[in-house]
Design a protein around this ligand. Structure first.
Ligand SMILES: Nc1ncnc2c1ncn2[C@@H]1O[C@H](COP(=O)(O)O)[C@@H](O)[C@H]1O
Length: 186
């Protein structure tokens, strides 16, 4: 395993989605994390975009830590190549480790599991339970409806406008890596 300087917890789909850009971005992120000496912390599965990122990094001898709950080991194809793998008793323990191990969070294209993890890190930041960077990586505009909904709740008076400062949005992997390096150099 390579030496790493910081850890990035990545939330993303257990599916690959229906645009090639999603898988391409997952691969590019895996390469970029290794090239920037960053460790991947992820859900530990071998499926979807998370499978692409982790396998890309393992092929390059990158640092990868997986955290998977026991009941998902079969469903999400527990990653036999990930040596640094923690098997938890439940989802809450998994999420706790995913959050504690992170120096920053990336939210890539995904479904409701990805949304759940994104919103939990966002709400915890709003509650000052952490102050780690959260970056929504808006590949091929996948996050547009999500961002519109967040702006809508601000306009409707259900959230303070300051929540818009709790996360950043990038459009591709090079910009994302640049933002991570800026955040980590502070
Ligand atoms: N309800 C959930 N809470 C936390 N994490 C979840 C939940 N449902 C699924 N997950 C995990 O998130 C990834 C990505 O899920 P997608 O629905 O594909 O975005 C999934 O692999 C689960 O491990």
């Amino acid at each position: 395993m390579s030496k790493y300087t910081r850890s990035v917890t990545v939330f993303c789909g257990s599916h690959t989605g229906n645009k090639p850009e999603y898988s391409e971005a997952a691969k590019a992120l895996g390469i970029g994390l290794v090239e920037n000496n960053l460790r991947l912390v992820f859900g530990g599965g071998n499926v979807g975009l998370m499978g692409i990122i982790s396998n890309t990094m393992l092929d390059m001898n990158g640092a990868v830590k997986g955290i998977i709950p026991k009941f998902l080991q079969k469903k999400e194809g527990q990653h036999s190549r990930v040596q640094d793998l923690i098997v938890t008793q439940d989802m809450h323990t998994r999420k706790d480790i995913l959050y504690k191990e992170a120096d920053a969070f990336l939210c890539l294209p995904g479904g409701i599991g990805t949304f759940d993890e994104f919103f939990e890190t966002l709400t915890w930041k709003q509650l000052h339970l952490h102050d780690k960077p959260i970056i929504v990586v808006n590949i091929a505009n996948w996050a547009e409806p999500l961002l519109k909904q967040i702006h809508a709740i601000v306009e409707q008076g259900f959230a303070d406008p300051s929540i818009l400062n709790l996360f950043e949005v990038t459009v591709d992997i090079p910009e994302t890596l640049k933002r991570l390096n800026q955040a980590f150099s502070k």
